[in-house]
Structure formats: C-alpha cells, structure tokens
Design a protein around this ligand. Sequence first.
Ligand code: NAD
Length: 400
Amino acid sequence: MNSGHTISMLGSGLIGLFYTMTLHKFQSRHTVQHVFSRSAERAKQFAADWHIPKYSTDKRTVIEDPDTDTVIIGIPNHLHLEAVKMAADAGKAILCTKPLGRTADEAKEMLDYVEKKGVYAAYLEDLVYTPKTLKSLDAVKKGALGKVLWVRSRETHPGPHSAWFWDKKQAGGGALVDMGCHCAEIIRNFIGKDIKPVEAMCWADTLVHNIPAEDHAIALIRFQNGSIGQIEVSWAFRGGMDLRDEVAGTEGTIWLDHFLRTGFQMFTTVGQGGYVAEKAEGDTGWLFPVGDEVNELGYTHMFIDAFAAMDEGREPMETLYDGYVVNAILDACYASAKTRQWEPIQLQDWRGKEIKETGRVGDKFVDDKYDLIKEEKMPDGRRKLILKDKETGEVIEKIA
Ligand SMILES: NC(=O)c1ccc[n+]([C@@H]2O[C@H](COP(=O)([O-])OP(=O)(O)OC[C@H]3O[C@@H](n4cnc5c(N)ncnc54)[C@H](O)[C@@H]3O)[C@@H](O)[C@H]2O)c1
C-alpha cells in the first residue's frame, strides 16, 4: 500500500475547503502539503486551519513543489486549462474539478495535453460518487431496472457564492455549465457511458438575475440507443439546494433525493449559531441539515477512487475524457438554446460504442398470436390484459 500522496491544492474557496475537509478530517493517508490562494491572508488562515505546512499566492510555486506528487485543481473555470498544463509539465498527477473546461474545445486541449504527457488524471465529478448513486448504479448494472429509458437530473439552488461564477467569460456560461455538468454526467452514468449522446434540445433563459448568462435551463439529451436524459438547473430556486435524480427503466425505477429530503428535519426558533448545509437560506424555522455533507455529496468516495486508481494503475471511474464528453453535451445545449432546434453533439473523439439506433424495446411475448402491451389489476380484482395481434395489429383487451 502506498504511504499516501502529497497534494498541492489550488484554491482555498468553497471547493478547496470541501476537498481539504474530506482529505484531512477523516485522517486519510493523502494530505495537502501546499495550498494556493489569490489572497495571502486567506492562504495563511486556510493553511493554519488545516495544518498545511506551506501556502503561497503563486500557482507555479505550489504546482512545482518538489514535495508533492499530486495537484488538485479547485480554482475558477477559466483557470483550469493553464493549471492542467502546468501540472502536466511538472509531471504531477492531476485531479481537476468540474466543469473540466468552459467548452469542449478547452476540455479537449486539456485531455490531449495530459495524455501526451502521460500523467495520471481524474475528473472530480463528486455527484456520481454519492453513496446512494453508487448503490443505484450497481443495481442498474445488475439489470434491476431493465433498459434505462429516461434519466432526469435536477440541481437547483439560489445562486453561487462568488463573483467569478456570475461572469460569463470566466465561468463559460451560467447555471447550465455550472450545474448542468453534474446532471449530464449523472445521466451518462445511468444510461451507460459507452452509449453515445447524439443530440440536444435546450431552453435557457435569464429569469431573475441581472446577468448576461442563463440562470435557468432545461435540456433533453438523446442517446444513440433511444434513451433520453433530462437536465434541470436553476440559480434562483428558493429554499436551499435541491439535488434529485430519477431513473426510469423497462423493469424498474429509482428516485434519489440527495440534499433537502434526506430524512433529517429540524425545527428551531433560535438557530444554532451558524452553518446548516450548503446553500441553506436560513438557520431558523424548519431546517434540512445534512448528516455528513462531504460523504453525502460524494467527495469521500470520489477521493478514495481517484487515489486508489492512481495506485492500482487503472482508470478512475471519472476521467478527463468524461469531462470532455460532458462539455460537448453542454456545448450542444447552448447551441440549441440559441437556434431553438435539436443540435448535434459534436464528439470528434468518441471512445464508446457505435450502435444502430434501436428505438422501441418491444412488447412482451404472450403466445404466437398476441404480444402483451399492458397488464393491470382492476379495483374489483379482475386482471386485465391489453394485447396486440401480431399479424393484424389490432389491439384488444381480455380478462385473464
Ligand atoms: N461539487 C463540485 O464539484 C464543485 C462545487 C463548487 C465549485 N466547484 C468548482 O471548483 C472551482 C472553484 O469554485 P469555488 O466554489 O471553490 O470558488 P471560490 O470562489 O469559492 O474559490 C475560488 C478559489 O480560486 C482562487 N482564485 C484564483 N484566481 C481567481 C480569480 N481570478 N477569481 C476568483 N478566484 C480565484 C481564489 O483565491 C479561491 O481560492 C470551479 O471550477 C467550480 O466549478 C466544484
């Protein structure tokens, strides 16, 4: 077993904090040794809070620190490309937060650069690593849902916590690129990452905030096997952070609620003097705390996988290639929001299957004459069968 990786952490903002909390709080073998922040004051305080030996306001110094073997990128979206290249040049393993790029072109440049340099890299998409999601994905893999037909993934909250998110140039867009990236990757995991996303239809609008980017979007992603993904995002949802996924298959259904309705409700007239959960809007009245936030948001299992994959010489569950596919999906969504048409998802580098469009799954076989369309138990106990004549196409009903 490796004695533990030594980490250069880029960013001491919200994600730098969640990442460091995850790694240090549970006495993981992997420790942050050097932290970068724009502000010296913040860097110093962050290093002191988390017992990090070194801090700096110079990215290169932190990335090229000879005492670290891994760079975690947790700085704003427009800075990912430069950081990935610097870390790859320094021969470090790279773990990059979401979204990988602001566009698929940017993501592809990172992917190609890292692959050319031959360094290990992982895409830090935490929401596919929540314990509930991991268990659900396992059930889907074992066939519990039959063919997955429709995945709906929703992430909404009252809006981000830092200025750069609201600047389209730095962020690459609004709520869609910020949160739709989570939804797109959750959808891909359930439908199958080897199934090609082919086209997107998207509505995006700015309904509330005075910003050039969208604060709302709904998108449909159609896959080559006929399955459909549905992304829902908002930066103006009131009441906290709503993270929900629904998976519908030919043989089953999964509903996941990750944050507001986890089974933990609390009422207080006076509050508890502080933080309740990410994006919670108040600390009195009925509250929806989250038991172990870094675990329920997937950070714990994400780092376990990312570092284990590195040690075992295998690919992590989430790769930079996945980050690139996600960006390509979002690019098509943005194009569709403009043209109001279905837009093709442009994947110049596709590493999954190419399948003939399969369409309908097919009705169940009953006998040589009929296919079963539907079976239902009626209130009076009769069992009703809706049958279709194979030859004539006539649809009849029969009491079984
Ligand atoms: N669930 C998740 O995976 C998740 C959650 C939040 C953020 N993120 C991602 O992490 C990255 C950072 O987001 P965050 O929420 O930590 O942001 P933040 O504003 O809280 O922190 C940003 C950090 O980057 C540094 N920084 C360097 N140059 C900067 C610049 N020009 N402008 C602003 N900050 C600069 C800041 O000093 C700070 O340490 C983004 O790519 C974001 O999409 C991921």
